[in-house]
Design a protein around this ligand. Structure first.
Ligand SMILES: C[S@@+](CC[C@H](N)C(=O)[O-])C[C@H]1O[C@@H](n2cnc3c(N)ncnc32)[C@H](O)[C@@H]1O
Length: 384
C-alpha cells in the first residue's frame, strides 16, 4: 500500500516537473504555430514580381530594388507657419524642387497637343507650393517639424512625388475644390498652401482617418482658414458623392485607396496582401472606378479631375480611368477629355524618374537615384 502511494506521488511529481521544465520548448512550439508562414510583405513581393515584370519589362529590377530600399521624403513648406525653416533646409543642402524650374528657364505655358493626341495642360503652378528635397541619391532624413509661437508646424514630411497631383490639379483663384479621399491630409495641405481656394471640401470615408486629417489641419493651418465658410470636412462614402452634389466643383482630387505598393512591401501590419484582405484587394479597381466616376459627376462642366494612386498596377491606374470615362459617357452623358501632363513631367524630370511611354496619364517610378513614388496620375477635363 505504502509503495503504491509512493508510486502515485512520484508520478504526480514527474507530471508536475514536466509541466514546469519544458517552458522554453512550449514557447517555441507556440511561436512556431502562430508564426505567419507567408507574411503579407512576401506575398506582395511575389504578386509584384508576377505582374510588374510583365508590365514594366526590363526596368522592373531597378524599380524593385528601389521599392525595397530606403525611400526619400520631401518637406512641404507650411506658409502659414512663422517658423522660418527655409534657411535651415538650404544649409542642409536641400532645394525646392518646384521653383527649381525657374533656374532652368522653363515655364508652364500652353503647348501644342502631344503626339498621343492628349490635350496640353496649360497649367500655372502656384508659387506658394514649395517642397524641399535632398539632391539625387541622397536619402538623408529631415528633422521633425517645429512649431512656431502659435503652435503651427513649419513643414510636412511626405513623398515629394505626392505633391505632383496637387500641382497638376492647377487650382486657380476663387476655385471650389473637392478632395474626395483626403486623409491623412498631405495633399489637402499642399492645396491649401496655394491660398487661392474659395471653398474646400475634404472628405474621407474613414472616421478615424478623418480625425487624423483634422489634427493635421489644426497643426498646420490657422483657425481663420478653417471656418465653415471656407472648409467642410465630411466622412461620407465617396462613391455616393455623385448623388449628393453634382456639377459643383472646379477641381476634384480623387486620390484613391490602392495597394500602396511601398507600404505593402515594408509593413506586415495593416497590409492589404494579408490573407484576410484578399476580397478587399480584389474589389479595389471597382471601388476606384466608382470613386473616380463620383468625382467626375461632382465636377462642373469645364471642371478638372485629377485621379491618383501610389501603385504601379495598370489595373488600378489606366484601366480604372478607362472604365470611369466609359461609364461617364455611356451612362451619364458626360464627355471627358484627357489632359496631358507631359509639360509637368518635362519640368520635373531632374527630380523624378517618370515611366516612359505610358498610354494614359503619367507615373513616377521609384529609382535608387530618386527614390520617390510610385505615384500615378491622370487628369481629365469635363467637356459636358
Ligand atoms: C491614398 S489615401 C488618401 C491620401 C490623402 N489624399 C493624402 O494625401 O494624405 C486613400 C484614402 O481613401 C479613403 N477611402 C477609402 N474608401 C473610401 C470611400 N469609399 N470614400 C472616401 N474615401 C475612401 C481611405 O480611408 C484613405 O484615407
Amino acid at each position: 500500500m505504502a509503495l503504491m502511494v509512493d508510486c502515485r506521488l512520484l508520478l504526480r511529481k514527474v507530471k508536475d516537473l514536466r509541466s514546469l521544465t519544458p517552458r522554453r520548448n512550449r514557447v517555441k512550439e507556440k511561436w512556431a504555430a502562430t508564426r505567419v508562414k507567408h507574411p503579407p510583405t512576401r506575398l506582395a513581393l511575389q504578386h509584384f514580381d508576377a505582374t510588374y515584370s510583365g508590365q514594366l519589362g526590363k526596368i522592373w529590377p531597378s524599380v524593385r530594388v528601389a521599392l525595397l530600399s530606403e525611400r526619400k521624403y520631401g518637406a512641404l513648406l507650411n506658409h502659414f507657419s512663422n517658423h522660418n525653416v527655409l534657411e535651415d533646409l538650404q544649409s542642409q543642402g536641400c532645394s525646392d524642387f518646384i521653383s527649381y524650374r525657374d533656374e532652368e528657364g522653363r515655364c508652364f505655358c500652353e503647348s501644342t497637343a502631344d503626339s498621343d493626341g492628349q490635350q496640353p495642360s496649360g497649367l500655372q503652378l502656384s508659387p506658394n507650393i514649395q517642397c524641399f528635397v535632398f539632391p539625387r541619391g541622397d536619402v538623408t532624413r529631415f528633422q521633425p517639424a517645429r512649431p512656431d509661437l502659435c503652435g503651427l508646424l513649419s513643414h510636412y514630411l511626405m513623398d515629394a512625388a505626392s505633391v505632383l497631383p496637387c500641382l497638376a490639379l492647377d487650382v486657380q483663384e476663387g476655385h471650389n475644390v473637392l478632395d474626395l479621399c483626403a486623409a491623412p491630409g498631405g495633399k489637402t495641405l499642399a492645396l491649401l498652401q496655394t491660398q487661392s481656394i474659395s471653398f474646400l471640401c475634404v472628405n474621407d470615408a474613414s472616421v478615424s482617418r478623418t480625425m487624423r486629417l483634422r489634427k493635421v489641419l489644426n497643426s498646420y493651418v490657422p483657425k481663420e482658414f478653417l471656418t465653415n465658410e471656407k472648409l467642410r470636412i465630411t466622412s461620407f462614402d465617396g462613391t455616393q458623392w455623385g448623388d449628393i452634389e453634382r456639377n459643383t466643383f472646379d477641381r476634384v482630387l480623387v486620390d484613391v485607396p490602392c495597394t500602396t505598393d511601398r507600404h505593402s512591401l515594408m509593413e506586415d501590419d495593416n497590409n492589404i496582401f494579408s490573407k484576410n484582405r484578399i476580397g478587399e484587394r480584389r474589389r479595389l479597381p471597382q471601388l476606384q472606378a466608382e470613386l473616380l466616376l463620383a468625382g467626375i459627376q461632382a465636377a462642373c462642366p469645364g471642371g478638372e479631375i485629377l485621379y491618383s494612386t501610389c501603385t504601379l498596377s495598370q489595373s488600378q491606374n489606366q484601366s480604372v480611368v478607362e472604365q470611369a470615362v466609359f461609364v461617364a459617357r455611356e451612362n451619364h452623358d458626360i464627355q471627358l477629355q484627357v489632359v496631358s501632363l507631359r509639360p509637368l513631367t518635362q519640368m520635373f524630370q531632374n527630380t523624378f524618374y517618370f515611366a516612359p511611354d505610358l498610354r494614359l496619364g503619367e507615373m513616377v517610378l521609384p529609382h535608387l537615384t530618386s527614390n520617390f513614388g510610385p505615384i500615378y496620375m491622370c487628369k481629365l477635363r469635363r467637356l459636358t
